[in-house]
Design a protein. Sequence first.
Length: 289
Amino acid sequence: MRDTQATANAEQTRAWNGPDGDNWTDNENWYNATARYLTPALFAAAAIGPTEHVVDIGCGTGETTRLAAREAGAGSAFGIDLSERMIERARQRAAEEELRNVRYEQGDAQIYPFERERFDVAISRHGSMFFDDPAKAFANVAAGMRPSGRVALLCWRELARNEWVRELRAALAAGRHLPEPPPHAPSPFAFADPDRVREILRAAGFEEITLDPLDEPMYFGPDTARAFEGVARLGIVKGLLADLDEEGGRRALERIRDMLRAHETPQGVLLATSAWLVRASNARGKERT
């Protein structure tokens, strides 16, 4: 029997099976909505065919997996994520939507025993940057891909280019110097360096690697009040508030509210983002043909 629960990313597993996973599950609709201007580009790049088989890396509560299942109506979609609770919600949503060609597993894509040469497409919407050994992880994904297999990923560019994080950090700093995440550590910005991404994917057996900048807004809600409800639950906000006293925390939250109000538009509260849209093909698979 295959061990689908094994993990090589112990720290990330603890986080996503704890408060982070609970937060995302409890607020899945808000989190999914934040990516409404980014998701179409990912699926355009993936170009999923009606009979293809798709793996969704770091699928969370499974919205992108279900979108892939609809594109691959005569094929299938498989979502994998570290979070047990998020996977449970993903299965619940698939059942509610009566999707019969979608499957979810809690597991670590770095070591999960994927069926060999099973998938035509691997996708990930900001879920691929958290491996402690990304080259090993993508080599494992490549082993599960067919000779013609291809990859389409979204990952954040550097923090300085992402207004949504930059503005939140400024509002929460309260006179403190806030260090940035180590550049190569598992984090939302682990794939900001395009040369590193190319190196990782090439070492994992991919070729024809392209990274195109994608600058689309992040949607925080229809108005300031709803945007503030969602933002106040973000892990970065909770973490940076923890070291402030009650009055300092109150002022920081007011600065966030003012910042969101300043970004309110007729289309909702929008802040600028900058991501890489990454595409690659399975070189090792081609060598086997």
